[in-house]
Design a protein around this ligand. Structure first.
Ligand code: KG4
Ligand code: ZN
Length: 330
């Protein structure tokens, strides 16, 4: 079969990214322009500012991704762009750019779900990984336990009823004064502490998650006693969150009799969570997670997911619009 070169475009939040990926798995370039420094002063992403910065960056980022890949624009076979979920103004920048390029080059436009992209990051890091498997998608906006039935069929087994895991990490970090984005800062500080503070753990009859109770408990402990050891607090928070993630994932693995478990999304670069999941290998599970640069938002994962949709004939026309609250199964 002829090689397929996919251009991926990602602009759902605060990263403008473009990538060239060959046959869904081989990254030739993955250019990521982060706006973290710009939003840091506001303690979170400001949507309007994000959109304007995407407009500034997108052309340069796409050109650079093609140059770095060592291909010409004409060699691009498909254009895969994130059309949801995310911030509407931010998404529209990538979607509009992709539509213009698809029209100009006369190449298929592939509408890609950001969450499918996070899952597909595992195909790049693990060349042997194929569906079916379980994937725990943990990011700033999502906490989903998903059964990946085929490359394009997904069943949600459980999801958060309140905060996403990354959101809880970010809020805890902000309240105890670590700054934004909080996840990596909690990760680092937790290594200096011990999990010796008792925190409530949520359990449901089904495979849903909840993190607002744990988050509030941490925040209350800090407010009641500002002298409390922050490293111990971070370490205890990570331990309870990870236990909840592992409990549900194992329950699902047993119900479906699946031994392949993948992690995806920004929070899957957390070192404690990775290590705890890796311990499950002793019980016969195979654990996968993407390399850190592919865990957080990037366009290589969007190109990979787009490739598998293209093989199924899933393309869009120029009426494609951004869908800010796109669901995994839409
Ligand atoms: O996937 P992502 O880049 O964006 C979304 O689609 O949401 O995830 C960003 C989230 C943020 O909440 C960030 O704090 C969290 O991932 N994160 C981490 C770590 N690195 C990023 N959380 C915990 N530990 C980390 N090492
Ligand atoms: Zn994301």
């Amino acid at each position: 079969m002829k090689d397929i070169y996919a251009l991926g475009i990602e602009s759902s939040c605060d990263e403008t990214s473009a990538a060239i990926v060959k046959n869904g798995r081989e990254v030739l370039s993955n250019v990521i322009h982060s706006q973290i420094d710009i939003h840091e002063q506001f303690g979170g992403v400001v949507p309007e500012i994000a959109s304007r910065n995407h407009v500034d960056a997108i052309s340069k980022v796409v050109q650079e991704s093609i140059k770095k890949a060592g291909i010409t624009m004409e060699q691009i076979d498909i254009i895969s762009c994130t059309y949801g979920p995310g911030l509407v103004g931010a998404l529209l920048v990538g979607v509009s750019y992709a539509k213009g390029l698809s029209y100009a080059l006369n190449k298929p436009l592939i509408p890609t779900n950001h969450i499918h992209g996070h899952i597909a990051a595992n195909y790049i890091s693990h060349k042997e990984l194929e569906p079916p498997f379980l994937c725990l998608v943990i990011s700033g906006g999502h906490t989903h336990l998903v059964h990946i039935k085929t490359y394009t069929e997904f069943e949600i087994l459980g999801k958060t009823r309140d905060d996403a895991v990354g959101e809880a990490f970010d809020k805890v970090a902000r309240v105890i004064g670590l700054g934004y984005p909080g996840g990596p800062k909690v990760d680092k500080l937790a290594k200096e502490g011990s999990p010796n503070i008792e925190l409530p753990k949520t359990k449901f009859d089904n495979l849903d998650f909840s993190f607002s109770g744990i988050k509030t408990a941490v925040i209350n402990l800090h407010h009641k006693n500002p002298e409390i050891n922050k490293a111990d607090l971070c370490s205890s928070f990570e331990k309870v969150v990870t236990e909840e993630l592992i409990d549900n994932t194992l329950k699902a693995a047993k119900i479906l009799n699946i031994n392949k478990i993948a992690l995806a999304g920004g929070v899957s670069s957390n070192s404690y969570i990775r290590n705890e999941f890796l311990k499950l290998q002793d019980e016969g599970y195979k654990i996968y997670y993407p390399e850190p640069v592919l865990c957080t938002d990037n366009a290589a994962m969007i190109a990979s997911s787009g490739y598998y949709q293209y093989l199924q004939g899933k393309t869009a026309d120029l009426t494609l619009n951004a869908v800010p609250n796109l669901k995994i199964n839409d």
